[in-house]
Design a protein around this ligand. Structure first.
Ligand code: NDP
Length: 295
């Protein structure tokens, strides 16, 4: 039987609607909107599109959006001064610096300058540490979105075998921490893993966050496994086409014959990322205003 397709677009739309309603309630109670500041340095076209869609989604969720578009030659001192202002601005609950930054700017130093309590991307080492020791903090949006889809489908993850392929600080590592926190038995695989198909075959949950088109094959999967495909890869264009197709890290057509459920690419994990960013901003606003979040 073909796998259930996990509809990330619909899941994200319902999360955004829920966040929008809670943000309206926050405004009524706090007398101000929850606010998200997004900082973009330079003219990278993909980053411009992301920042534009984050701004629109923020407004649509009844929150205030503060966009700061700075020229590519902005100095580290200028950028840090802006972050300092945003850290101290009571109208700003969340701060997101769009990555990648131009080469002359040190990303780690910039992330370290963000107030951890406004770090809605969850990239600050304080938030990575809070996640590691199980304290409340901000969790990176993409893995948190994956976790929401997993618990929605599977409920209690206790004792399930999970494999996370990829160990980046923004996806793989926090994903593994979340699964561990939910009492799954977690294997973290990466480019030095000796027998990846074997590790995947044991797993009830597979999260692929590698960046290699269709690397995970259908016959690697345990029948009935839940597969979350984070990868976004563009194939070479077919004859006559301007752009190649987008595919994930999992060979979707093969995998859906074996898996119990699978996220498609596009339309799976991708749409969840902005929805979770809005949710993290809503949480930040409640914490900053000392108001309990009724979830
Ligand atoms: P990184 O490049 O930072 O990390 C990739 C990871 O994959 C590394 O840990 C690497 O191992 C591992 N890896 C590489 N080759 C192999 C292999 N042959 N076998 C096993 N593991 C391997 O990527 P990100 O984590 O930033 O992103 C991963 C993918 O997710 C990308 O396609 C990206 O576009 C997508 N993405 C999607 C998002 C969304 O919203 N849907 C958001 C963020 C990312 P090692 O550490 O040993 O080098």
């Amino acid at each position: 039987m073909a796998a259930e397709i996990i509809d990330g677009k619909a899941f994200a739309a319902s999360l955004r609607e829920k966040v929008g309603a809670l943000a309206a309630a926050f405004e009524a109670q706090a007398g101000r909107k929850a606010g998200l500041a997004v900082v973009l340095v330079g003219e990278d076209p993909a980053s411009q599109v992301y920042v534009g869609s984050k701004g629109k989604a923020t407004l649509a969720a009844n929150m205030a959006s503060f966009e700061h578009r700075l020229p590519a030659e902005t100095s580290a001192a200028e950028l840090l001064a802006l972050i300092d202002r945003l850290n101290r601005d009571p109208a700003v609950d969340g701060i997101l610096v769009q990555l990648p930054l131009p080469d002359h700017l040190d990303e780690q130093a910039v992330i370290a300058a963000i107030d951890p309590n406004k770090d809605v991307d969850g990239f600050h080492v304080i938030n990575a540490g809070r996640l590691a020791v199980g304290q409340p903090g901000f969790v990176p949006c993409t893995p948190l979105g994956c976790m929401m889809m997993l618990t929605d489908r599977l409920g209690d993850l206790s004792g399930l075998e999970a494999v996370v392929i990829g160990r980046s600080n923004i996806v793989g590592k926090p994903m593994a921490q979340l699964l561990l926190g939910a009492n799954a038995t977690v294997t973290m695989a990466h480019s030095r893993t000796k027998d990846l198909p074997d590790a995947v075959r044991r797993a009830d949950i597979v999260v692929a966050a590698v960046g290699r088109a269709e690397m995970v094959k259908g016959d690697w999967l345990k029948p009935g496994a839940t597969v979350i495909d984070v990868g976004i890869n563009r194939l070479a264009p077919e004859l006559g086409a301007a752009k190649g197709r987008l595919v994930g890290d999992v060979a979707f057509d093969e995998a859906r014959e074996v898996a119990g459920a699978i996220t498609p690419v596009p339309g799976g994990v991708g749409p969840m990322t902005i929805a979770v960013l809005l949710r993290n901003t809503l949480v930040a606003a409640h914490r900053n205003a000392g108001i309990a979040l009724a979830e």
